[in-house]
Design a protein around this ligand. Structure first.
Ligand SMILES: [Zn+2]
Ligand SMILES: [Zn+2]
Length: 140
C-alpha cells in the first residue's frame, strides 16, 4: 500500500511507500495548538518509506520527556504536515489531514487524554493512554 499527501497550496507534497506502524489521536497541549483546539490525528510511518517534495517550515521544542519534537508545516498555507522526535528519527508522524482523502486510515488509540479539554468527545472504542504510550514497534 502507498499513500500520498499535500498541503492546501500544493507547495509541500509527500509520497509514502508502506503501511503506518501506528495511527493515533493526540490530545497533548501542543497538538491542541497545532490543530486549532482539538486533537491531532496522526499516522506514523518509517522515515525510509517517505519521499518529500518541497521544504516545510519547522518549529522545535523540548517536550516534558526531554525529547526535542519538531513540527513541520507549510509556510505558505499553514497546513500541518508532520512531526518527528530526535529520540526516534526512524519515524515520521504525518497528520491525517495532510494525506489525500481515501487513505482509509483511522486512529486506533487516543493519547495524552489527561490534557484533553472537558468538551472533548473521544471515541470510547479507542485504546486510551493518559500520557505518552510505549514507542511504536517496527523496522528501526
Ligand atoms: Zn501549502
Ligand atoms: Zn500531541
Amino acid at each position: 500500500m502507498s499513500y500520498s499527501g499535500q498541503c492546501q497550496c500544493g507547495a509541500i507534497r509527500a509520497a509514502v511507500a508502506g503501511e503506518p506502524v501506528a495511527v493515533r489521536q493526540c490530545w497533548c497541549r501542543q497538538c491542541q495548538q497545532v490543530a486549532g483546539g482539538a486533537a491531532t490525528n496522526n499516522a506514523i510511518f518509517a522515515t525510509e518509506a517517505v519521499t518529500m517534495t518541497g521544504t516545510p517550515a519547522t518549529h522545535s521544542y523540548t517536550a516534558a520527556s526531554g525529547n526535542v519534537l519538531t513540527h513541520s508545516f507549510c509556510a505558505a498555507c499553514g497546513t500541518p504536515v508532520m512531526a518527528q522526535t530526535n529520540a526516534r528519527p526512524q519515524f515520521r508522524t504525518f497528520r491525517l489531514g495532510f494525506l489525500a482523502p481515501g487513505h482509509g486510515l483511522s486512529p486506533q488509540a487516543a493519547i495524552w487524554t489527561s490534557e484533553a479539554p472537558p468538551w472533548a468527545a473521544i471515541d470510547p472504542a479507542l485504546e486510551r493512554f493518559e500520557a505518552q504510550p510505549p514507542p511504536p514497534q517496527g523496522k528501526p
